[in-house]
Design a protein around this ligand. Sequence first.
Ligand SMILES: [Zn+2]
Length: 502
Amino acid sequence: MVGVFIENNKFKKQIKYVFSTVSEILGIEIYFYTDNDINLNTEVDFCNVNIVYKDSEKYLSFIDKLDKKVIIENSNKLFSQRYLEADSVPQSVRKYNLDYNIKNKKDIISIFSDDAELFIKQEVNKITSNIDIVSDIFFMLSRYEEVVLNYKSDDEIYNRFSAKESLAYKNNFLDRPIVNEQIELIWALLKKLDNSLVRKHYWGDNSFAACFTHDVDWIQKYTNLGRALKDSVKLLVKNKEIALSLKNLANYVKSKSDYKEDPYWTFEYIMDLEKRFGFTSTFYFMTGGETSFDNKYIYNDKRVIDLIDNLERDGFECGYHGSFNSYNDYIKMKDEKINLDSIVKSEEYGIRQHFLRFSAPFTWRIQEKLGFLYDCTLSFADSEGFRCGICHPYKPFDILENRVLDIWEIPLIVMETSIMDSRYSGYGLDEATEKVKLLINQVQDYNGVFTLLWHNSSFDRFNPQVSRWNGVYEQIMIYLHEKKCYGSNGRDVLKKYIKRGE
Ligand SMILES: [Zn+2]
């Protein structure tokens, strides 16, 4: 067992949350020292090794009594008088060069350390560092900057916190799971003091997991001949695709008698592809909404009900895709959840917000109140990467109500439109594949969860702009399969993670 001594009283809840999350990810037991332990002058030798989050010299006599210890100095920059003020968000970060690599990383990113030179100092049975990873982890997991900054939205329509506003993007570390990196640093330091420490594994025989997800915004591309004609003309004139243009029209006619011929009806294709590798996935369905971004199908349409039956029978998860304005509207989300509950069998499922619209901590609060198993929204729409700095499911913290939220966040790492769309990252095919592989490699390094979103409508075989990407999805599957990844839907990945292979 690892003992944890937190000197700071004012922010104890926040700091305890950080250590609880760290212990969960490491799969180790921790013990928080109480006032009794400190004041009663009793023996405190029941923990093999300890972590001290130190503010001052006040408790030196107690700290001296602890045998082996890692001392992390509180920078008092986040947990300060300026807490929740916009100017408590730093503009830049620093790097500490490690003497040795930790999981292929040569340095540690530090957001909140004091102004002195960064150090990790080792003495007999004692390691001291001023790299304030506790503040950093809290900052990243709670999405602190998104809550306290009056951010400029990426545009007026979507009103989202853009990647470009984030500290991670501005300082070029959005592609690094810095929370995982810092947790590995803690682990490396603890192991230096006590090599007998062991941590639990989550994924059984697999070293990491992938969570495959599909937002079902549409089930049908053409509701009338006009749209099909328009697309065929576009294919002909703009793309000079004569054969495809004619095929598109013929397909429209065919889809009138067989809806599964519609270019957006790609569900069987996706299921077959994933099953080939022994994977399943989650399909998030929309069940309401009132904007022009919603209601592209009716939730209790027989086609949808039959599809959900098939998916659930085959072990896929059917979750909820919250309509455009549901992210900050409890009543709306509640009504939509009632609709979904009337057509799915499973009572436990996750949620993803449409267009990744999310307002921390309010969206989590609404989702928590409605009893969703997890949220899977948190990637930036305009860039792939680690928005929360982590590649593990975790319980978020509400910095305005000062409490841990009772909902899991499974951070999204890649949405296909982020890498495909020229308004966002807009990579070429090969570049995108390489970027995704680099992200996967990191998730594997930290035994985390690689969460991928690929819309069913992005497999449209009559749209050359998107159909050329189908191969990328397959290549990602192959890559993950070769790496012996546990690939499944959000619910099963989370359950396995919580059970830790037991
Ligand atoms: Zn959507």
